[in-house]
Design a protein around this ligand. Sequence first.
Ligand SMILES: [Zn+2]
Length: 306
Amino acid sequence: MTAPPLNVFAGNTLDRAADRRSDADWLAARLADPQSRALVLWNGEALVREAGGGAALAWPPLGLVREAAATEEHLAFLGLDGERAVFAFDLEGEADPTAGPLAGHGRFLGLREFGARSLAPEVAMAATAKALFEWRRRHRFCANCGAASEPADAGWKRVCPVCKAEHFPRTDPVVIMLPVAGERCLLGRNVRFPPGRFSTLAGFVEPGETIEEACAREMQEEAGLTTLSVRYWASQPWPFPSQLMVGLIAEVAQTEVRADQTELAEVRWFTRPEARALLEGRIDGVAGPPAFAIAHQLIRGWAYGG
Ligand SMILES: [Zn+2]
């Protein structure tokens, strides 16, 4: 196997400076500092500008964005870029802010497309902000007593004013694995995929399970595979809305396989040359996962890895 690459949505270079999140005076000073920067999301899309054939974050003036956001509820402190503070703002509403207060400051781009067009740490910063804001949007009420919760720690916590429970952002682990038997790997076509599109197998880790157990269970359920061993490969934050994809290579027994028809419509073995042809788009009518997904990198690592 070749060494895993840095996956898209990973590699956020900011110093998260978590100890500053609860320092209200320091945060207020940074918000007023003209050196501070604003990363803007609107309905899960990032404000970008064109940059050398790719896309880069637009970084409009922080004061302008703060006015458009209207409330501190829509703000998160992402960290420090050197001495400079970076804040993320979550703009809501039907109207595109670039047709209003942010006119002339770029355009909004979905993170899958942003991730496909740039490998910069900026994509990881936007992914961090998106995962945080998706959590905020889905956890506005206390899960313990039902009262409306309030933001704390610069967007990294919510506190219930009634029962005092504290709530933290979720990251849900998902196992994503490439089953390998000798010189062949198994790929599946999800029931939601169009004919000819194949990818690795995947599933959520359930309570009480290890990563290895979840991997073995999912492969048994979806394809009837018997696991011999499981090896960690790499991971990828996946902000749709807040998963951590745990990439694995699983050695499986050479047995009959079958697609369960619930998750997978079809399974198919690929040799290394066939897997390379798949990733390079050289098999007519058959496609693999996009390069920005860890599924693609898992297959690539095995197919080109000797
Ligand atoms: Zn409560």
